[in-house]
Design a binder for this molecule. Structure first.
Ligand code: CTP
Length: 406
C-alpha cells in the first residue's frame, strides 16, 4: 500500500508553463490513494483549465478567496487545517516572492499563511529568473521559515534555454511524497535536539565561540523527522536552513540554550545533545567595547551549565543521547561520560586535523550500557540516519524493560 493512502494534499498550481505537469501529478497522487484539493492561482489558470484538474482530482478546483458560496462549504481556514501537506507545483517566481513576503491577497497565499502543515514548493521558471538575486533572497527567506524546495531540475526549458529551472518530474515528486509520509520507527515520538556552537559574549562586539558548523545536529534533526518523530531543534548561530518539518528555536549563549531546552524537556521522549556548548563564559560582559591597553589582558571565565547532564539527572528524564569529541582514548573517555552523566547512549568521535567539526564526513562510536556499535566514516546525513535508527531501537528496548518492570 502507498504511504499516501488517505493523505490529504493541497496542491497549489501557479502561473508557469509547467502547470501541464500538475495534471499528471494529480493523477499519480489519486492513484496512490491521496485526496487532492487543487488550488489554482490566477496565473495558473492561464496555463491549465479548471475542468482538467477537476476531472482528475475528483473535486471542484478552488481559486477564489471571495467566492461566498464555496467558502460557506469549506472556508479557507478549514481548508488550511484539512491539509496534511501543502504542495505548490509549479511554483512561479511571482508566487515565491508573494510567499516570502507573507502576502495573503489570493486563496493560495492565504492558505500558506493559515496552514500548520508542511509547505513544499516545486519551482518552475526561466533559468535567469531562478538565478536572479531577488529569487535567491526569496528562497533563503522561505527556507528559514521552514518551506521546503523540491527542485528545480536542469534541462531544456520551454523558453528555448537550457539550465536550472524545470519543475521536477511528477514521478520524482511522487517518490519524495512517499518518503515524506513513510511511517518510521520514531513515529509518534517527540525529539529535542541541540545543535551548533554557542557564543559567549565578552563585550558588545566580541564573543568566545567555536568551530561547530551545526551540520551533525541538523542532520540528526532531519533524520529524526524522516523517521517519523516530531522534532524541535534548539540551535546556536549557524548558517543552515531549517530542516523540513522541524520546529527551530535560535539561541546564542549556553544559558539561553539551557533555558529553551528546559522549557520543552517535559514534553519530549528523546533528547539528543549535539551542540558544542561552551564550557565556560566570561564572568562579566563588558557593557562597552573593551579598548586595547596593556600588553597582557586576562579574561576571567566561569563554568556554564552542562545542559546534557542536567537533562539526564531530571527525576523523569527522556531517553538521553550525548556526543563526545575526543582526541585520544575514544572508548575509555566516552564510556566515562556515559556513566558520569548517566546517559542512555553516547556517540563519540575522534577530533583533530581533518576530523570532526568542519568536515562533511565523520565516523562514530556509539556506546550504551552493555553494548555498542561502530559506524564507519560516511557523510554526516547518512551517519545521522544510522544513529537515529539505533536510537529508535534502544529507546523501544528501554520502554519494553520499563513496562516489564512495572
Ligand atoms: N554539553 C552540554 N552542555 C554543556 C557542555 C556539553 O549539553 N555545557 C553536551 C554536548 O552537547 C555533548 C556532550 O555534552 O552532547 C559533550 O560532553 P562534554 O563533557 O562537554 O564533552 P566534551 O565537550 O568532549 O568536553 P570535555 O572532554 O572537555 O569534558
Amino acid at each position: 500500500m502507498s504511504n499516501l493512502d488517505g493523505k490529504r494534499l493541497l496542491l497549489g498550481v501557479s502561473g508557469s508553463v509547467a502547470a501541464y505537469k500538475s495534471a499528471i501529478l494529480v493523477r499519480l497522487l489519486r492513484q496512490a490513494g491521496a485526496e487532492v484539493q487543487v488550488v489554482l492561482t490566477e496565473g495558473g489558470s492561464r496555463f491549465i483549465g479548471e475542468a482538467t484538474l477537476q476531472a482528475l482530482s475528483g473535486r471542484p478546483v478552488r481559486s477564489d478567496l471571495w467566492d461566498a458560496a464555496v467558502e460557506a462549504a469549506m472556508g479557507h481556514i478549514e481548508l488550511a487545517r484539512w491539509a496534511d501537506l501543502v504542495l505548490i507545483a509549479p511554483a512561479s517566481a511571482n508566487l515565491l516572492s508573494a510567499l516570502a513576503q507573507g502576502r495573503a491577497d489570493d486563496l493560495l497565499t492565504t492558505l500558506c499563511l493559515a496552514t500548520r502543515a508542511p509547505v513544499v514548493v516545486a519551482p518552475a521558471m526561466n533559468r535567469a529568473m531562478w538565478e536572479h538575486p531577488a529569487t535567491r533572497r526569496n528562497r533563503a527567506l522561505l527556507e528559514a521559515d521552514g518551506v521546503t524546495f523540491w527542485g528545480p531540475s536542469t534541462g531544456p526549458q520551454a523558453c528555448g534555454e537550457e539550465g536550472v529551472g524545470r519543475m521536477e518530474a511528477p514521478e520524482q515528486i511522487l517518490e519524495r511524497l512517499e518518503r515524506h509520509f513513510a511511517p518510521g520507527p520514531l513515529a509518534g515520538l517527540r525529539l529535542l535536539v541541540t545543535a551548533g556552537p554557542t557564543r559567549e559574549a565578552v563585550d558588545p562586539v566580541r564573543f568566545i565561540g567555536n568551530r561547530s558548523s551545526g551540520r551533525m545536529g541538523y542532520a540528526v534533526a532531519r533524520a529524526a523527522r524522516e523517521l517519523g518523530a516530531k522534532v524541535t531543534l534548539v540551535s546556536g548561530p549557524v548558517s543552515l536552513p531549517t530542516p523540513e518539518g522541524v520546529e527551530r528555536v535560535m539561541v546564542e549563549s549556553a544559558r539561553q540554550m539551557e533555558g529553551e531546552v528546559l522549557a520543552r524537556i517535559e514534553q519530549c521522549d528523546i533528547f539528543v545533545a549535539t551542540a558544542a556548548v561552551a564550557d565556560y563564559r566570561p564572568r562579566e560582559i563588558a557593557p562597552q567595547k573593551i579598548k586595547k591597553g596593556e600588553e597582557r589582558m586576562e579574561l576571567a571565565l566561569v563554568r556554564n551549565p552542562d545542559i546534557l547532564a542536567e537533562v539526564a539527572s531530571l527525576p523523569d528524564p527522556p531517553f538521553t543521547v550525548g556526543f563526545a569529541a575526543e582526541s585520544e582514548a575514544l572508548e575509555d573517555h566516552a564510556r566515562q561520560k556515559l556513566r558520569n552523566k548517566r546517559l542512555d547512549m553516547i556517540a563519540a568521535n575522534l577530533v583533530g586535523p581533518g576530523r570532526g567539526f568542519e568536515e562533511e564526513e565523520n565516523s562514530l562510536k556509539i556506546l550504551w550500557n552493555g553494548g555498542g556499535v561502530d559506524l564507519p566514516r560516511v557523510r554526516k546525513e547518512l551517519l545521522a540516519r544510522r544513529l537515529l535508527e539505533i536510537v529508535a531501537e534502544r529507546y523501544h528496548e528501554k520502554q519494553k524493560h520499563k513496562a516489564q518492570g512495572a
